[in-house]
Design a protein around this ligand. Sequence first.
Ligand SMILES: [Mg+2]
Length: 236
Amino acid sequence: MAASGIAHVLFDIDNTLTRYRPHALDRTFEGNFLFPLIADLAEDAGIQREKAETIISETAKEKIFWDYTDFLPPLGLSLSGALPAFRKWHAENLDVLSDAVGLVGKLKDYGIPVSIISNNPHLGCLLKLERCGLADAASGKSCFTRILSTDLILGCKGDADVWKRALKELALPPDRIVTVGDNFEEDARLPLREGVGCCFLLERDLPPPFPLPPRIRRIRDAGDIADDGIFRVFSS
Ligand SMILES: [Mg+2]
């Protein structure tokens, strides 16, 4: 590891590495797109739909920072049994954003460790990363050092306390961490306030109508920053 420079890059997932296709979120239960699939699987296994939905609702209430795996045992389901349906949904409903996936690969080539911070639970992250070719949802393996998911950092990254916990998990000087994401508040303003060195804000569409503070840099395409000087200590 270099003595100075960037020590770690934290990637967002939604609208950074993957994007929901139109109508992907048309079918939800309690606002979640995989809950209807879990209820389908329970129904296929002989549980009345209403009962399955009650179990899903109660489990989500009991465990606020749940992962999808928490819903399977109470319904008599296994991860290996549920994975084909989960994978099919992701294949049909998610687009892969190849510029950012390419940037992950390039940073790995440079030897820069990369991690995820996301408003998805752990298995939700793995399924989306698997769609990008960056993880395996069955084994839990991925090319990321850490997956800072909602069940681990106890909430969503729109909360400053969640960012504090996330940075503590990485146990690195915050000013040597870079973020890459699409949301000004969650991926740039809050981490910057916690001392992160630089935030790359992906604006593939129109820019917001306000100037950005120093150390937040607008990018149109994640590929544009692969050769950025901020990473040079690793790529040279
Ligand atoms: Mg996002």
